[in-house]
Design a protein around this ligand. Structure first.
Ligand SMILES: Cc1ncc(COP(=O)(O)O)c(C=O)c1O
Length: 378
C-alpha cells in the first residue's frame, strides 16, 4: 500500500476521526500523572470540564479570518506579527517593543522561566503563592531553582506580607497568577498594585493574567498600566480563554523592552504561531461583541453551577474565571473517577487540609450533564 493510502487508512480506523473522541485519547496514563491530570483512559467523556477551555469560541469573525488566511499560509507571517503587536501596544498605551508573542502564553511562561533561571544562577529562587498555576514554576524547578511557596490566606488571596518577607538576594522573580488558578479567586487591585510597585523596585514581578478578561468584579484591574509607568512588571495574557483559541495557540507577554529582548532569546518571538491562528487572533481581538458574548455565556454557566452546588450544601469559592473550585466532602481522586464514569471530566486538588474539585465552564448542555452526575454522586 502506498504511504499516503496507508496513512489515510490509519486515520480512518483510528480514534482521531472517531466522533466524540474522548479526552483520554490525548494523554496516556503515565503522561497524565506527570502533569497532575487524572487518568481518564477509556472514559466516555460527554462534558469536557477539566481544561478551562471556552466552548463558545472561536468567534465567527476569527473563523472567517482563519479560512481566508489559508491561501497565503505558505508564507512566514512577519507582517501579521508586527500588526498584532502594534494593536496590543496601542490598546495599552505602550510601544511595540514592549510586546512579545507566543504560541499560547505557555511558551512565554517557559521562556521567562529559562531567562530568570539563568540570570539567577545556582541556588536562586522564585517566590509565589501556593497553590497556583505551575507552568513557569515547573520549568524553573526542573532546572534546579527553588520555589519559595507561600500558602494562600484563609480567604484564598495571596499573603503579600509573607511573600514580601520571603524575597531575598537569591530571588530572581516573583510569580503571581491573578485571578489565580486553581482557586479562581481574584486578588483585588488595591492590594496587588502596591505589592507590585514595592516589589518591582527590587525584583521583576510576573503577573499571569490568563483569566483577567473574565474578571468583571469592580475590584479587578490589570497591572498593565504599571508597565507604561516603567515598572519591572511582566504580564502574560492568553487567547485560550475568553477568545476560545486554546487549540489555536496565541498568547502575549508585555514588559519593559529590555526584559522583552532578554526573554525573546528563549522563544520564537511569534514565529511559532501559524499564519491562520495569527490572522484569526487579529480578527478576534477586534471582536468585542464576541468577547462580551463569551463572558455572558460563562456567567450563565457559573450561575447554574453555583445554584446547584449551594442547593447541595457546598460552598464554592468566588470565581473571577471560567472555572469554579469547591471543597469536596469525599476523596478527590475517587470523585473525579466516579464523575468520569458518568461522562464528566473534572479535576481535583488537595491543599489547606482539604480536598477540592475544579469544574470548568462548558456549554449549558455540558453543565447539565455535570448536574445530573453530581445529583447522583454528591
Ligand atoms: C493561569 C494560566 N496561565 C497560563 C495558561 C497557559 O495557557 P496557554 O498556553 O493556552 O495560553 C493557563 C492554561 O490553562 C493558565 O491556567
Amino acid at each position: 500500500m502506498k504511504k499516503h493510502l496507508s496513512r489515510r487508512h490509519w486515520l480512518k480506523s483510528g480514534a482521531m476521526l472517531a466522533a466524540g473522541a474522548t479526552i483520554a485519547d490525548f494523554w496516556k496514563p503515565a503522561e497524565a500523572a506527570e502533569i497532575g491530570l487524572p487518568n481518564l483512559a477509556g472514559m466516555p467523556i460527554k462534558a469536557r470540564l477539566n481544561l478551562n477551555e471556552n466552548p463558545h469560541g472561536p468567534a465567527a469573525s476569527a473563523r472567517k479570518a482563519i479560512a481566508e488566511a489559508i491561501p497565503t499560509g505558505f508564507m512566514y507571517q512577519r507582517e501579521a506579527i508586527v500588526t498584532f503587536k502594534k494593536m496590543i501596544a496601542r490598546e495599552n498605551g505602550l510601544s511595540e517593543d514592549c510586546i512579545l508573542l507566543g504560541a499560547g502564553s505557555g511558551e512565554l511562561l517557559m521562556a521567562t522561566a529559562l531567562n530568570y533561571t539563568l540570570k539567577g544562577g545556582a541556588g536562586s529562587n522564585i517566590v509565589g503563592g501556593d497553590p497556583t498555576y505551575m507552568q513557569l514554576l515547573r520549568t524553573a524547578t526542573a532546572l534546579g531553582v527553588g520555589f519559595e511557596k507561600v500558602p494562600l490566606t484563609t480567604d484564598f488571596d495571596y499573603d503579600f506580607e509573607k511573600m514580601a518577607s520571603r524575597i531575598n538576594d537569591k530571588t530572581s522573580l516573583v510569580y503571581v497568577c491573578n485571578p489565580n488558578n486553581p482557586t479562581g479567586v481574584l486578588s483585588p487591585a488595591e492590594k496587588l498594585r502596591p505589592f507590585c510597585e514595592e516589589v518591582s523596585r527590587k525584583k521583576p514581578i510576573f503577573i499571569d493574567e490568563a483569566y483577567m478578561d473574565y474578571a468583571t468584579d469592580p475590584k479587578a484591574s490589570s497591572m498593565m498600566p504599571l508597565i507604561a509607568k516603567g515598572a519591572n512588571v511582566i504580564i502574560t495574557r492568553t487567547f485560550s480563554k475568553v477568545h476560545g483559541f486554546a487549540g489555536l495557540r496565541i498568547g502575549y507577554l508585555v514588559a519593559q523592552p529590555e526584559m522583552v529582548r532578554e526573554i525573546n532569546k528563549f522563544c520564537t518571538g511569534g514565529g511559532s504561531i501559524s499564519a491562520t491562528s495569527m490572522k484569526g487572533a487579529i480578527a478576534s481581538y477586534l471582536d468585542t461583541e464576541f468577547v462580551n458574548y463569551s463572558i455572558a455565556k460563562n456567567a450563565e454557566a457559573k450561575a447554574f453551577l453555583y445554584k446547584l452546588l449551594k442547593e447541595k450544601g457546598y460552598s464554592p469559592l468566588p470565581s473571577s474565571t471560567n472555572f469554579v473550585l469547591f471543597p469536596l466532602k469525599t476523596d478527590g481522586k475517587k470523585f473525579v473517577e466516579e464523575m468520569a464514569k458518568q461522562g464528566v471530566a473534572i479535576r481535583s486538588w488537595e491543599f489547606a487540609g482539604q480536598q477540592w474539585c475544579r469544574v470548568s465552564m462548558g456549554t449549558m448542555d455540558e453543565m447539565k450533564v455535570f448536574g445530573a452526575a453530581f445529583q447522583v454522586l454528591a
